[in-house]
Design a protein around this ligand. Sequence first.
Ligand SMILES: [Zn+2]
Ligand SMILES: [Zn+2]
Length: 234
Amino acid sequence: MQAWGFFLLIMAPLIGGAAAIFMKKSSLENYKLVLSFSGAFLFSVSLIHLFPVVFDNNENAGIYVLAGFFIQVLLEQLTHGIEHGHFHQHQEHHKYIFGLLMGLTIHSFFDGIPLSDFKMLEQSHHSLLFGISIHKIPEGFALASVLLFSNYKKLTVVFIVLLFSFAAPAAVLLSNTFSAAGNGLFSIIVPMAVGSFLHVSTTILFESESKQHFFGWKKIIAILLGAGISLLTI
Ligand SMILES: [Zn+2]
Ligand SMILES: [Zn+2]
């Protein structure tokens, strides 16, 4: 991945974090639209770009996609859904925050792996990078919000979000060093990352506040835009 890619990947959660610090509560509805857009985009990019490659390289890819999906279910027990932009406005315990950061960092590692420089995903690199970066904006936003609601100082929040923003790029660098060893490991780990994307993106789409799966036309437009723009990347 080129330098601007790393820059984008680091900036995305920082932009989200900054928005959480400076945004008025009244713009929360717009936030949900950004969230829906990012979910639809990531979902479409996974299906259009990642699925074909993953199943081409490993006939058992389905098993690994499933494994990644359920690992994400487990991670969510730690993060309470921060990675899909979910946060609650009550005070969290410090023990919870530690688990949250751990779960989120592991998740972010998965986010970065498909972006490493290995052959099989070369062609769809840009759309993947955009899809994953856009998804990291609400991630940074939700993380900063939870920390702010838990009464952490702004400076501490900035520091933690900054640290967090390096998790995915670190995964890219780490898997770059492993990618020299061949495609074997990647034909297992990338499907697992895809499984986690499936979980995160579909949760965003179907988790509506009303609990009645009622979307509203603004959200439907945001979703159609996300899917539509990803179609342009073919
Ligand atoms: Zn949620
Ligand atoms: Zn993520």
